[in-house]
Design a protein around this ligand. Structure first.
Ligand code: FAD
Ligand code: UDP
Length: 379
């Protein structure tokens, strides 16, 4: 009998497995339907010996010292600041939009103050900023919105930015200085030996048993367990009772080239042309030296594995109905990007999992203590 069945070996499930096994001394069965641990953060060495991310580029960044310290138990780090270029009007320009983006695109020579005035003259007045279109046109105006955001967003999500919650494009800031980093978090690193090694160390505990290529639906009646932590899609758990929650998917095309480099930075975005949204060249992220180079092209699609919850009001309403069912479940915890239908980064999922562990400790007495309770009560 396992004390816990944990469904999903991504960050949500693995952090909870590690905490429960090491801090509560309880027995965990961790399952994943895929043939590997790590969830979407899984990385591997390909046929050419290059470290690639199976599910697209994963860059770790956080402002939380606690989350960084927690993960540092399982990996050393390679300092890495992410930079992205967007191919716009035939040029490779910094995104987030900054002083250099505008000066190069329009052949101007503005300083920061001049750019703030330039934006103000173009920004559209919007009373209530609700959508992903509002956020951008209210900051930089329609022309830059059309060039950098509209096409990319339509490709990525399959709908107009005006149909998407503001939180989506608000992930990408606008700057009037020359800072061309994608993130400004305090901690920006890549795990020195990759994510999969980090997960292997996290899960290396005698109380954790891992079963891969194992689906919750198949195993739930076959294995004895007391409690469940579920990190898969929440609508699937409830057999789609209220209908399907939309998740956006991607098709990844992995390519290895017989040349050392292909692009000047790790990620190039394609907001105007191409069927793919972005191209990642891993050696920039990993620091690996190799005479060849590996790339991933991302093609957005509705079919396939669920990768992105789609933030818009009607989907949140549907999610809330599932959340109500989830809250009424005895002994089941829902954690992670798919189970809580939140567009979370890795650090946020780790934070959510650590918070869930604290809640579990408050709500559930450790198994050993509870095991003696019925005996005591019977006497
Ligand atoms: P997942 O990693 O999705 O893990 C859930 C696991 O549950 C999966 O392995 C799945 O196979 C398993 N599962 C589901 N249903 C079942 C079932 N019925 N039975 C058994 N197993 C099941 N975050 C960042 O911080 N930085 C980035 O640069 C970044 N880039 C990203 C790029 C892409 C293309 C994507 C898709 C995401 C990116 N993220 C990034 C987000 C990051 O992937 C997530 O925050 C994180 O991986 C979520 O962890 P999770 O455990 O919630 O979910
Ligand atoms: N986005 C865009 N153009 C870009 C980069 C981002 O329109 O060049 C929008 C797009 O809607 C995207 C969102 O901003 O989905 C968030 O971008 P981010 O890079 O955070 O996406 P993720 O890495 O999560 O796929």
């Amino acid at each position: 009998m396992f004390d816990w069945l944990i469904v999903g070996a991504g960050f949500a499930g693995s952090v909870l497995a590690e905490r429960i096994a090491s801090q509560r001394g309880e027995r965990v069965l961790l399952i994943d339907k895929r043939p590997h641990i790590g969830g979407n953060a899984y990385d591997r060495y390909n046929e050419a010996g290059l470290l690639i991310h199976q599910y697209g580029p994963h860059i770790f960044h956080t402002n939380s010292e606690a989350i960084f310290d927690y993960l540092s138990q399982f990996t050393s780090w390679r300092p890495y600041e992410h930079r992205v270029l967007a191919e716009v009007d035939g040029m490779l320009l910094p995104i987030p939009i900054n002083l250099d983006t505008v000066n190069r695109l329009f052949g101007l020579n503005l300083d920061s103050e001049g750019l703030a005035t330039w934006f103000a003259a173009r920004a559209e007045k919007r009373g209530d900023i609700k959508t992903s279109e509002d956020v951008v046109v209210a900051t930089v105006g329609r022309e830059l919105y059309e060039k950098f955001f509209r096409g990319y967003t339509k490709k990525q999500w399959g709908i107009e930015p005006s149909q998407l919650d503001k939180s989506v494009t608000a992930r990408v800031p606008t700057r009037v200085n020359r800072d061309d980093r994608y993130f400004t978090d305090t901690y920006q690193y890549m795990p020195a030996n990759g994510y999969t090694r980090l997960f292997e160390r996290m899960l290396n505990h005698p109380n954790i048993k891992i079963m891969l290529q194992t689906d919750f639906g198949e195993i739930r009646k076959e294995v004895a367990f007391r409690r469940v932590i579920y990190t898969g899609p929440i609508d699937e758990f409830f057999h789609f009772r209220y209908g399907k929650l939309p998740y956006r998917s991607l098709r990844f095309k992995h390519v290895t080239l017989d040349q050392p480099w292909r692009q000047p930075v790790a990620v190039v975005n394609y907001p105007q042309t191409e069927a793919y949204t972005r191209v990642t060249e891993y050696k920039h992220l990993t620091g690996q030296r190799h005479e060849k180079t590996s790339l991933t092209f991302e093609y957005p699609t509705d079919c396939g594995d669920p990768y992105y919850p789609v933030p818009r009001a009607e989907n949140m309403e549907l999610y809330k109905k599932y959340e109500k069912l989830a809250l009424a479940q005895q002994d089941v915890w829902f954690v992670g990007r798919l189970a809580t239908y939140r567009y979370y980064n890795m650090d946020q999922v780790v934070g959510q999992a650590l918070a869930t562990f604290r809640r579990i400790c408050l709500e559930v007495a450790p198994m050993k203590e509870r095991a003696v309770q019925p005996t005591v009560a019977a006497e």
